[in-house]
Write a protein that binds this ligand. Structure first.
Ligand code: C5P
Length: 400
């Protein structure tokens, strides 16, 4: 969506094969609303030409220290003034070495030295170049200097070898940069979430489930990571990609979800039950396919454990948050659930507003009353929920 609206990003491109991914990253950034200024080194231009970056950004590309476009002739100073971040992707072994030692012998290295915004680098090189103690020393020095290192990943390399050193994909870099720019009110906190539906098996091919897409829970998990938390997500059967930085545990039934939550619970500061847990499960799961029989079939069902209520009832309960998806009487039902399950916060929404789609409209119910969040994209709504949780936890701490 417009996650980078109003933000200017300076992208440094140095001379590695992965420079082609930088072109894709520019496209994604621009699509997300960012203004992008590309600073291209001479070696970078050997891989992807300035014309490509100019076309993708709609802006001239910066290549020379002596560029006269800045009024004062000092592109190396002006370029990062007012920018949200400076990201070098790909960052070659040579460029990391220059950065670590403060060299300033071309435009990009000088921009890095004179920067007035956070610096992130996405290393890209052959695995042996990365493993070399000189590179390892340089990366450690950059970390100590407050530079954020994104990746690199393990995988197939352009040289034909397989190992560590591949630059992250453009979409991963976009996610990491976005996460980096978010406020960090959950820093140092551990968050456990459930998401998605559960599937209660009737026989090897059939079961009871519901239409929860898992999108809200996954968006919340991502927002918690962006806010600085360490996140574990227990997910029912959904076909969604795991948000970056989230530890995911896949389960099928409500009982399995409850067991996974119990195992992961020690040490958690926050528990958010987003999953649409099936209230009942078949009393018997048939080992073989149930055959068609007489005109009606009666199923005996047993009640499933209420995972959230059980967690909230523990003497050492973390900060507990529940969801209430209702088809009517939202306020009464949501506040009723909050009190009955002893929750600090309930996120209420009408099913017609949220189920399955990419947007949601929610109201937050806590001890102080009801708070309506602006409706929007689920990721935007998730960020609003996380900010509210962080504020409530802060207040709680203040009272103790
Ligand atoms: O189903 P109900 O409306 O009571 O769900 C409210 C909250 O309780 C949700 O946050 C849901 O994740 C949680 N829940 C649960 N285990 C259940 C039923 C609901 O954790 N068996």
């Amino acid at each position: 969506m417009n996650e980078f609206q109003g933000k200017r990003v300076v992208l440094g491109v140095t001379g590695g094969v992965a420079a082609y991914k930088a072109a894709e990253l520019v496209r994604l950034l621009v699509k997300a609303g960012a203004e992008v200024d590309v600073a291209l080194t001479a070696a970078g231009a050997q891989f992807v030409g300035a014309a490509t970056f100019q076309a993708l950004t709609g802006r001239r590309v910066w290549q020379a220290l002596w560029d006269e476009r800045m009024d004062n002739g000092m592109a190396h100073i002006g370029l990062t003034r007012g920018a949200a971040a400076l990201l070098v992707a790909p960052a070659t072994a040579d460029f990391l070495a220059k950065l670590a030692h403060g060299f300033a012998d071309d435009l990009l290295s000088t921009v890095c030295l004179a920067r007035d915004c956070p610096l992130l680098v996405a290393p890209a090189m052959n695995r042996q170049m990365l493993e070399n103690s000189a590179t390892q020393r340089n990366v450690a020095q950059l970390r100590a200097d407050g530079v954020s290192i994104l990746g690199p990943a393990h995988g197939e390399q352009a040289c034909g070898e397989v190992g560590e050193g591949r630059m992250l994909e453009a979409a991963e870099l976009l996610d990491d940069l976005h996460a980096f720019l978010q406020p960090k009110p959950m820093s140092g906190k551990r968050v456990l979430l459930t998401a998605g539906p559960t599937f209660e098996m009737l026989d090897p091919v059939r079961g009871l489930t519901n239409s929860s897409s898992g999108k809200m829970g996954f968006a919340l998990a991502r927002a918690c990571v962006e806010a600085g938390a360490e996140v574990t997500l227990v997910a029912g059967p959904v076909a969604l990609a795991t948000p970056r930085g989230v530890r995911r545990i896949d389960v099928q039934s409500a009982v399995q979800m409850g067991d996974a939550v119990t195992l992961a619970l020690p040490g958690q500061n926050v528990f958010i039950g987003v999953a649409a847990v099936a209230d009942y499960r078949p009393q018997k799961t048939s080992a073989h396919k149930i055959k068609k029989g007489p005109s009606s079939l009666t199923l005996q069902l047993d009640a499933n454990p209420d995972i959230l209520a059980e967690v909230a009832a523990r003497p050492d309960a973390p900060f507990c948050v529940g969801f209430a998806a209702e088809s009517q009487d939202l306020a009464a039902n949501a506040e009723g659930k909050r009190v009955a399950k002893k929750l600090a916060l309930v996120v209420g929404n009408l099913v017609q507003d949220g189920l399955g789609g990419d947007t949601n409209a929610v109201t937050l119910f806590d001890a102080a009353g009801a708070h309506v969040l602006p409706p929007g994209d689920k990721s935007e709504v998730a960020r609003g929920i996380v900010a509210h949780i962080a504020r409530l936890m802060e207040k709680q701490l203040g009272q103790h």
